[in-house]
Design a protein around this ligand. Sequence first.
Ligand SMILES: Nc1ncnc2c1ncn2[C@@H]1O[C@H](COP(=O)(O)OP(=O)(O)O)[C@@H](O)[C@H]1O
Ligand SMILES: [Mg+2]
Length: 367
Amino acid sequence: MAKDGSYIDLPYVVKGMDFSFSGLLSAALRAHKNGERIEDICYSLQETAFAMLVEVTERALAHTEKDEVLLCGGVSANKRLREMMQIMAEEHYAKFYMPEMKYSGDNGVMIAWLGQLMYKAYGPLKIEDTNIIQRFRTDEVDAPWVDNRKEKLNLPKELKAKGAESDIYEAKWLAMEAIVKNRVSKSYRIEEIDNKIRKARTKSEAKILSDVKKTGVRTPVLYDVDLEDKSIIMEKINGSLVKDVMSNIDDEKRKELAIAIGENIKAFHDGDIIHGDLTGSNMILIDDNLDNISDNLAIFDFGLGKYSDLLEDKAADLLVLKKSFQSIDYDIATETFNWILEAYDALNQSKMANKIHEIESRGRYTH
Ligand SMILES: Nc1ncnc2c1ncn2[C@@H]1O[C@H](COP(=O)(O)OP(=O)(O)O)[C@@H](O)[C@H]1O
Ligand SMILES: [Mg+2]
């Protein structure tokens, strides 16, 4: 049915490496009530939902710097999703794989594979010590077997970096070192969606960057915005990404870094600004200055940012950060995150921790 449709505007919600479908279905039902053609609704629903899935996959790829994408599970039978995922992988210089269809629909095979990984990591369990938790979610599984040391992505030389959604170049701005962040078009998604989100995010990033600065947080100075080209020119910040620093410093320095992260997030959250993509790829330790960490943390990439004073949104922001740490170095993630929460708000730490846990176990975001 989706084949004969044309695009109608539906909500598109991505948070870090997660997404939210909660508004999507109700918007589609509303469109139906308002007399929109069912073909148009199906087409737009499919294009929006799949574009979100593919985008979060690209975000995970960019964040972990992996060079492989594997699509599996029953939904991979869908031709359009397969095509989109494949285009994204190619454009991100990554390899794309899909298991044979007969394994994709088979939960038994996937459970058995996970069982093998767990066996290797933890050794055998007595059968009487095992039980079934029906509500266990895939993202609740501790995954200490993830090895981030191998197969790093290789980028073409002219690119300084490839972000989750943009190409990053070095440039000059009035003789100063600058960074050009170009939100490139993604050909896996239809033009209407592609244009809409690239424009909205470029605009919102520029605005939020300046508002965050007012809360005392160090962000790149904004030099120029080009909404036609969907690009931003900003100050270049020298130093290493926090995700790379984090695993290579001693515990004392890691704690200092965690405290700086917690305090900075608290500062813009108190200004009712939500980052939307808090990860160790979106923070830099300026000049790798380990002697004065608290004055040398810069936070950037507010493209998914928004304004909100809700505890729910602030907790969701922190949950994205927690998951991002877990994806880089599982062994230190929990301790580091607890330090961050303590520095964020020592007095109300348990209130925030409970909210984060609530969202996590609910398994979805409501905004
Ligand atoms: N102002 C900056 N100074 C130095 N490096 C930057 C700057 N902005 C971005 N980068 C580099 O480019 C990468 C991607 O930029 P980012 O804004 O996070 O893009 P995306 O929204 O695509 O994730 C960052 O992880 C960082 O390595
Ligand atoms: Mg980024």
